[in-house]
Design a protein. Structure first.
Length: 241
């Protein structure tokens, strides 16, 4: 997916009582979205895919399953090395990651449902500021999801798994999105559902709002989110527009 840039009007940021951040920048110029758990509640499908793939892959330990729910936002290679071992070869990581994602795509292909209010929020936001996508997902997953209802049309720039050398919570993903958008990091706000992603945004010197699909509000706030929303019908979003 190649990034593209369009000329958009920039809107002055309103102070958010939900965020309670008195040090917010004067102008919010870009909104950046994680994909899984933010645009679409995909975690149940990822967990089911892992369960199926682990069951058919004897080299992968069953105990992985109980740890997977807290691994949101991480790339497969970091996830596998953390849960299975640092001894894994690049070949193992690639083969197992590709196998699991193929199962995931089969599971979700006919069940892509955007979070409530997402399309309307993207339409309104697009008229006021730049929009970016920063995800740990592979290209095939991104293409599958963003081709649904042509969601790709809303994003001025994107960064996926293969665009970076280090996964979240490293800030590389979000810093690269900001660079491609042509916006300073402190003038970006990120929507994230996982603590690793929230930490990546904060490590990039960006504001971050949590989306409550994957982890608890307490965990997202502790990681650095200003506030949390359940979906894109939340009235607090009006403070951004």
């Amino acid at each position: 997916m190649e990034p593209f840039v369009s000329k958009l009007n920039l809107a002055p940021e309103q102070s958010s009582t939900a965020a309670g951040n008195s040090d917010a920048p004067t102008f919010l110029q870009a909104l950046i979205f994680d994909m899984d758990g933010v645009l679409c509640d995909t975690m149940p499908y990822h967990l089911k895919a892992w369960a199926r793939f682990i069951a058919q892959t004897p080299a992968l330990p069953d105990h992985m399953l109980k740890h997977l729910p807290r691994m949101g936002g991480k790339r497969n290679r970091e996830l596998l090395r953390e849960l299975v071992g640092e001894h894994l070869t690049d070949s193992d990581l690639q083969r197992w990651g590709d196998g699991k994602e193929a199962v995931y795509r089969d599971l979700i292909r006919d069940h892509i449902v955007w979070l409530p209010g997402l399309i309307e929020f993207l339409q309104r936001s697009q008229a006021k500021m730049k929009l970016g996508l920063g995800t740990s997902a592979c290209r095939e997953n991104v293409d599958l999801l963003l081709s649904h209802q042509d969601l790709l049309r809303f994003f001025d720039a994107s960064v996926i798994e293969t665009d970076v050398q280090r996964g979240k919570p490293d800030p590389q993903c979000y810093l690269l999105v900001a660079e491609r958008l042509g916006v300073a990091p402190h003038q970006c706000l990120v929507f994230e559902d996982a603590t690793a992603g929230v930490k990546a945004a904060r490590n990039a010197n960006m504001r971050c709002w949590g989306v409550l699909t994957t982890e608890t509000e307490a965990d997202l706030l502790a990681a650095g989110a200003e506030c949390c929303i359940r979906d894109f019908t939340d009235p607090h979003l009006e403070t951004l527009l």
